[in-house]
Design a binder for this molecule. Structure first.
Ligand SMILES: Nc1ncnc2c1ncn2[C@@H]1O[C@H](COP(=O)(O)OP(=O)(O)OP(=O)(O)O)[C@@H](O)[C@H]1O
Ligand SMILES: [Mg+2]
Length: 423
C-alpha cells in the first residue's frame, strides 16, 4: 500500500504525518526543538551560501546575528504578487525556492524515519490565502511548485480546518455523530469549517457533502503581535518621532510605511533595502530626537528583529495564562520594559478580534445551522489559547460545547487522515 506524507506548512510552525498501512502517525522533524514534532517555519542563510531551517536556523542566527539573513512567516508571502522572491548574497531565491527548502528538510526527515523515499504528499492550505481569487490560486500554485522542487511528484491539497475536523473525528467513539464547528487559529490565518463528523468514518472516501461551510481570514497570531509592536514598542523605533523637512521649519512624521513595515515580522528584512536605509539616515540627521531613529538603524543593521518579535510573542503567550506581564527587551543601550495587562491587550486588538468574529458569524450563517444546532466547537492552533478568542465561542455556543486538544498537531494529523480521500 502506498505511503503518503501529510505536511502542515504553517506560518509559524510546520509538522509532518505519514499515512501507511491504513493508519496515520506523526513524525519528528526537528530534534533540536522540544518533542521534535514541530519545526519552526524559519530560514537562515549565512554568508557561505548555506541555508538552515527550523531550530538550526534560529541557532545559527543567534550565533551570527549581524551576518546572515533570517526569514520568518514566509507563508504570508505566497499570495503576494509583488514578492516573487529575494536575493541573498547575490543569489536569487523564488518564493517557491524558499518554501521548498523547508519542505525538502521535512521530506528528508520523514524518509529517514520510514526508511524509504516518499513522493506523495497531502499539503494543508488555509481556506483563503487571499480574498482575491487570482492571488489565492497563485499562492496554491507556488506551494505546489515548492513541493515539486522538494521532490514530491504527487501533490494534493486539503483545507486546514477540514483536516482539523478529520483529526477531531478520530477521537470519537465508533458511530458517534456530531455537527462540529472547527476553529483553527494559527500565526497567519484563522480558518473555520462546519462539518458533520462520525466516529469510525476513517477512510470513507468522499466527504464533500459533510462539509457544510468553510471560512477564513488573514488575521491570526502575527497580527496580534504586530498590534502589540505598533501600540507598545514602535515608539522606541521612530513611531511618533518628528523631523525637520530640508530647508523648512515644518516638522514631519517618520513615514507611516516604514513603521508599518517594521510592525510586520515577515517584512522587516525589506527595510534593509539600500534606499530605505538612506531614507532613515537622512530622517535621523534631521530628527528632533534622533535616538529612536538610531534604534531603528541598529535594529536593521544588527538584524535583531526576531529577538524583539520573540519578546513580544512571549508576552502575548503569557497573557493567555495571567492577567499582567511585561515586554522586556534589551540590545546595546536600548532597554525596553513595557507593562501590558490582558485588558489592554484585548483592547488594542479589538479590530483584529472583530474581523475574526465577523468571519465566524459568516461561516455559521453559510452552514445554514444555528448555534444551537452545533454539538461541539473544536478549537485548535496556537492562537486558540488566547482567552478572548475562546470567549468569542463561549458567547455564541456556551462554554460547555468547547473542546481543545493538540493545538499544534491536529491539522497535520488530519492531513494524514485525508489520504484516503485522494488515493
Ligand atoms: N499560549 C499562547 N497564547 C497565545 N498565542 C499563542 C500561544 N502559543 C502559541 N501562540 C501563537 O500561535 C501561533 C502559532 O500557532 P500555529 O503553530 O497553530 O500556527 P501555524 O499553523 O504555523 O500558522 P497558520 O496555520 O496560520 O499557517 C503564533 O502566532 C504563536 O504566537
Ligand atoms: Mg496552522
Amino acid at each position: 500500500m502506498q505511503t503518503v506524507f501529510g505536511i502542515d506548512f504553517g506560518t509559524t510552525n510546520s509538522a509532518l504525518s505519514v499515512y501507511r498501512n491504513g493508519s496515520v502517525e506523526l513524525l519528528k522533524i526537528d530534534e533540536l526543538k522540544g518533542d521534535g514534532l514541530l519545526m519552526r517555519s524559519v530560514l537562515y542563510f549565512n554568508e557561505d551560501d548555506e541555508v538552515f531551517a527550523g531550530q538550526e536556523a534560529v541557532d545559527n542566527y543567534v550565533n551570527d546575528v549581524a551576518a546572515g539573513r533570517f526569514m520568518q512567516s514566509i507563508k504570508t508571502f505566497l499570495p503576494n504578487r509583488n514578492f516573487e522572491g529575494t536575493e541573498v548574497y547575490g543569489r536569487k531565491y523564488g518564493i517557491d525556492d524558499l518554501v521548498a527548502v523547508i519542505l525538502r528538510k521535512i521530506k528528508l526527515k520523514g524518509e529517514a524515519a520510514v526508511g524509504y523515499p516518499v513522493d506523495s504528499v497531502v499539503l494543508g492550505r488555509p481556506v483563503l490565502f487571499s480574498e482575491d481569487a487570482e492571488k489565492d490560486a497563485l499562492a496554491q500554485s507556488r506551494l505546489e511548485k515548492a513541493a515539486r522542487k522538494a521532490g514530491f511528484t504527487q501533490i494534493h491539497f486539503q483545507l486546514e480546518p477540514v483536516a482539523a475536523a478529520l483529526s477531531f473525528e478520530e477521537s470519537l467513539a465508533a458511530g458517534a455523530e456530531k455537527l462540529v464547528f472547527i476553529g483553527d487559529f494559527g500565526g497567519g490565518t484563522s480558518d473555520f469549517t462546519v462539518m458533520r463528523v462520525k466516529g469510525g468514518a476513517f477512510g470513507r472516501s468522499d466527504r464533500r457533502s459533510d462539509v457544510l461551510a468553510v471560512g477564513g481570514v488573514y488575521t491570526a497570531g502575527d497580527k496580534f503581535d504586530s498590534q502589540i509592536m505598533w501600540e507598545k514598542i514602535a515608539k522606541y523605533f521612530g513611531r511618533g518621532a518628528k523631523y525637520r523637512g530640508m530647508g523648512k521649519s515644518e516638522l514631519f512624521d517618520v513615514p507611516h510605511s516604514i513603521i508599518h513595515t517594521l510592525c510586520q515580522w515577515h517584512r522587516v528584512p525589506l527595510l534593509r533595502a539600500r534606499k530605505t536605509r538612506e531614507q532613515i539616515r537622512l530622517i535621523k540627521n534631521a530628527a528632533v530626537d534622533s535616538k529612536p531613529l538610531e534604534n531603528l538603524e541598529q535594529l536593521i543593521n544588527d538584524n535583531y528583529g526576531f529577538f524583539l518579535f520573540q519578546a513580544i510573542e512571549k508576552a502575548k503567550c503569557e497573557l493567555s495564562n495571567q492577567e499582567q506581564t511585561s515586554i522586556r527587551f534589551s540590545e546595546r543601550d536600548l532597554c525596553i520594559a513595557e507593562e501590558m495587562g490582558r485588558e489592554e491587550f484585548e483592547s488594542i486588538n479589538r479590530e483584529n478580534v472583530s474581523t475574526i468574529a465577523g468571519c465566524i458569524d459568516e461561516t455559521i450563517r453559510q452552514s445554514g445551522v444555528d448555534c444551537a444546532g452545533i454539538d461541539t466547537v473544536f478549537l485548535t492552533g496556537g492562537t486558540s489559547r488566547i482567552p478572548l478568542v475562546r470567549r468569542l465561542f463561549e458567547e455564541r455556543f456556551g462554554a460547555e460545547k468547547l473542546e481543545t486538544k493538540n493545538a499544534f498537531t491536529s491539522v497535520v494529523g488530519g492531513l494524514g487522515a485525508s489520504v484516503p480521500l485522494f488515493t
